[in-house]
Design a protein around this ligand. Structure first.
Ligand SMILES: [Zn+2]
Length: 298
């Protein structure tokens, strides 16, 4: 198990004569830097801060002891840090309060034969994980800051969908479809981002399809790949479904409660919807002919 490191960051003495304009600028730069660190996976969860013993200090959890090394800073975090260091007249000082058991995650992405873009099991330290679900924070991957920010925001949106589905509100089924249907906007974006990461790391990067409700009997394990219709079931503990060509992983639905929702995200449902669309297209052609007839009459 990876234990996170708790760290204290001291920026410098808070001037007693600080006016509102100065405070506003410091707050803008401070929160700008902290949010950049969050999006890069250098810190996780909520950070807390205050004026303590006359100094601006922040307390953060790190995925590894060296996560705040300046070499890991994105251009955005580095720009805000430079302004803060000029403003306080001293370099940022980092003290590790509890060292954790991970010294560094540099290069951790190089050994696994493939990686997964996954939102629901991560705790904020990374949306790219190893086949064993160990998170790989964004700052350790060979990605530019803009790509990792897109991954971060995709993950946040995914988690919000999951929260709404789990709470069972009026948007429950819409959120379930967004997560379980491989052709939803949310999952199409995941596939595009996974492809970008794959180009950067030079090895397969899969997406994992959400699954909760199961089809009855053997139908659940015999489901074909919902994107191409090929055999999908494999021998795998964490991901018992894998389509190499679609880069799509899946799991067995743990719940048998709502079987009418178990068809969401299956190949059969996709065929049914495609058939529905062709019926719609035929209907539209009929309506179009009727409209042109009317225009001739008009
Ligand atoms: Zn497939």
């Amino acid at each position: 198990m990876q234990e996170h490191t708790l760290a204290q960051i001291i920026f410098g003495p808070w001037p007693e004569d600080a006016d509102d304009a100065w405070i506003e600028e410091v707050e803008h730069e401070f929160h700008g830097m902290m949010n950049s660190l969050l999006r890069q996976g250098q810190i996780y969860g909520d950070y807390t801060h205050g004026i303590i013993e006359g100094e601006l200090r922040a307390y953060v959890s790190l995925p590894a002891r060296d996560a705040l090394d300046p070499k890991h800073f994105s251009k955005y975090a580095a720009a805000d840090l430079t302004k803060l260091e000029q403003r306080f007249g001293q370099p940022m000082n980092v003290t590790l309060l509890s060292p954790g058991n991970v010294i560094s995650l540099d290069g951790a992405w190089k050994n696994p034969p493939w990686l997964v873009l996954l939102s629901s099991v991560t705790d904020g330290t990374g949306v790219i994980v190893t086949p064993n679900l160990d998170p790989l924070p964004g700052y350790t991957l060979p990605l530019d800051a803009d790509t990792y920010e897109q991954l971060y925001f995709w993950s946040r949106n995914y988690q919000r969908h999951e929260g709404i589905w789990f709470n069972g509100t009026s948007l429950e089924v819409a959120c379930l479809k967004a997560m379980a249907d491989p052709l939803s906007d949310l999952n199409r974006l995941a596939a595009r981002l996974a492809y970008e990461v794959e180009q950067a790391v030079g090895k397969p990067v899969y997406t994992a399809l959400f699954r909760h409700y199961a089809l009855p009997g053997d139908a659940e394990t015999q489901r074909p790949c919902p994107l191409c219709g090929a055999d999908w079931h494999v021998e795998g503990e964490l991901f018992p479904f894998c389509c190499i060509s679609c880069r799509l992983l899946g799991e067995i639905g743990p719940s048998k409660d709502e079987n009418h929702w178990a068809r969401i995200g299956t190949w059969e449902e996709r065929l049914r919807r495609m058939a529905g669309r062709s019926w719609l297209r035929r209907s539209r052609r009929c309506f179009g002919a009727a409209d042109s007839d009317r225009s001739l009459l008009g």
